[in-house]
Design a protein. Structure first.
Length: 473
């Protein structure tokens, strides 16, 4: 260990990025002393009370859906996005390939995938059969100016993902990684532009510090606000990035049957009139459930997942508008304001509205939902009017896109389909990183979704592996 330090490396955040970093350090540098600090609970102790209670209890101090070992991965749908060998670029998952190169990223994804398989991921890949059927859907989409991206997916299912990450947690601890749970890193220790360690608050409320010459920030979207503050406080170079603003859309499996069967997850991208903003479908969950996630400051956002064993009769997916607000100092504040307003209308909950009502300019009432042919799977969502809080531009983008999608998938714009809001992605701060993901502070590295490097389980995990390989190069 380096002289004067208690650890060689401190990892902040035990999501897929931090966990896979630790895994690969065991393979490459078993002699290094590593401390991983995670503000949430052990994965086996993470329980979301919403299902039992029928409403989101806004767990304190942190939401169990997004915090705890394996981060947002534990309750995520566990769709591991792979790649098509013939593709010469990566179309989903963020920017890792821009640092590593496309061919190297493919090898990295293969390796990461093997690790997932080793810990119990299914060997079945979705979206690889029925090529001619997929080509037909792609053609129909192209005819209305929409692009279809089809990449193979390995689907763990929320319940299986939980189990898989528990095995990884066990493996890390058995192999010498010290993990502090329910402990929150409050500050970085930086001297003369070099990182020296972190300040953190333990489960019992004690404020203390740990020192190491290398600190890895892997705080995810849930820690993006904290990272933004750290960037301002310690002069870590970063820049505003594109933000995603949107809704979760729920419709009958019957309407989505072809996409669900041939692709499992169809990634459609369009630029509808009149604004030509990029609008896309994201995180599709056949026979799934709409869910919530609570962020710092108590903002309740919508998301979705599907389990391996428990099925609904609905498919849900996100409809996201990418907004380029790079000239705005804090684009995240723009997103937060949308969430605040929508939460205020929903009494602290997510809002839900029938598509027909949204188009007709009227709110949806609770008893109208009861007789709606599409039954909402998120019981805590409050019937209301999403358009009262969604900016005109994004609302128009979403409605125009739904109409385009209806030409590809008849029934996509059925009046009883449901819109939940807000769905926002907090990765609008992009930290300046070197090829080894080092920030402008010596010894301080950043990986995963929180720093704007990746989006999604596979790439966040792969970024951790890549950093472990490059840290001592
Ligand atoms: C409901 C849901 C479904 C999803 N479904 C999918 C899917 O099917 N496929 C897919 O690819 N992606 C999915 N995602 C996204 C995926 O989960 C994330 O892309 C991935 O988890 C990012 O990994 P990460 O390690 O970068 O960050 P995270 O998983 O967010 O982990 C960050 C960790 O850091 C901890 N942390 C934050 N700040 C601090 C601090 N100051 N001190 C200590 N600890 C801290 C947090 O508690 C958290 O555990 C889903 C997300 C959600 C919420």
């Amino acid at each position: 260990m380096s002289k004067g330090y208690c650890y060689d490396v401190i990892v902040v955040g035990g999501g897929p990025a931090g966990a896979f970093f630790a895994y690969e350090m065991i393979q490459k540098h078993p002699e290094k002393k590593i401390l991983l600090i995670e503000r949430g609970k052990r994965v086996e102790n993470r329980i979301c009370p919403e299902k039992k209670e029928g409403k989101c209890l806004k767990c304190r101090p942190h939401c169990n859906i997004t915090n705890g070992f394996s981060g947002a991965g534990a309750f995520s749908d566990g769709k591991l996005s792979l790649y098509n060998p013939e593709d010469d670029d990566f179309y989903v998952g963020g920017n890792l390939h821009k640092y590593v190169g496309v061919d190297e990223t493919k090898k990295l994804v293969d390796y990461t995938d093997e690790v997932y398989l080793k810990f119990g991921a299914t060997d079945k890949k979705e979206g690889v059969k029925n090529r001619s059927k997929v080509a037909k859907i792609r053609k129909t989409a192209e005819n209305v100016g929409v692009e279809l991206i089809n990449i193979p997916i390995r689907h763990l299912g929320t319940d299986k993902a939980h189990d898989l990450y528990r095995k990884i947690e066990e493996y890390l601890e058995k192999n010498g990684i010290t993990i502090l749970f329910e402990s929150e890193v409050t500050d970085l220790i930086v001297e003369n532009n070099k990182v020296k360690g972190v300040m953190y608050c333990t489960k019992s409320g004690e404020n203390t510090c740990a020192q190491a010459p290398k600190v890895i920030i892997a705080v995810g979207r849930v820690g993006a606000d904290w990272l933004l503050n750290m960037c301002a406080k310690h002069n870590i170079k970063s820049s505003p990035a594109v933000i995603d603003v949107g809704v979760r859309y729920e419709l009958p499996d019957e309407v989505m049957s072809e996409i669900n069967e041939y692709l499992y997850e169809g990634k459609f991208i369009g630029k509808p009139n009149p604004f030509n903003d990029k609008v896309r479908t994201f995180c599709q969950n056949p026979s799934g459930f709409v869910s919530t996630e609570v962020y710092d400051g108590g903002l309740t956002l919508v998301n979705g997942h599907s389990a391996k064993d428990e099925k609904s009769q609905n498919t849900n997916l996100a409809l996201l508008v990418s907004m380029n607000l790079r000239d705005v100092a804090d684009p995240m504040e723009y997103s937060r304001n949308i969430a605040r307003n929508m939460n205020a209308l929903g009494g602290g909950n997510v809002l839900v509205q029938r598509l027909a009502d949204l188009k007709a300019g009227k709110r949806t009432w609770e008893d109208e939902l009861k007789s709606n042919s599409v039954e909402p799977t998120l019981k805590s969502a409050m019937a209301g009017d999403v358009s009262l809080a969604m900016p005109y531009r994004e609302m128009t983008d979403i409605l125009m896109f739904i109409d385009l999608m209806d030409k590809i998938i008849p029934g996509f714009a059925n009046p009883d389909n449901l819109i939940y809001g807000p769905e926002l992605k907090f990765y609008s701060n992009k930290v300046d990183l070197s090829k080894s993901f080092e920030t402008s502070i010596e010894g301080l590295h950043a990986i995963g979704d929180g720093c704007g490097l990746t989006r999604g389980l596979m790439m966040a995990s792969a970024s951790g592996i890549q950093l472990a390989r490059k840290l001592y190069d």
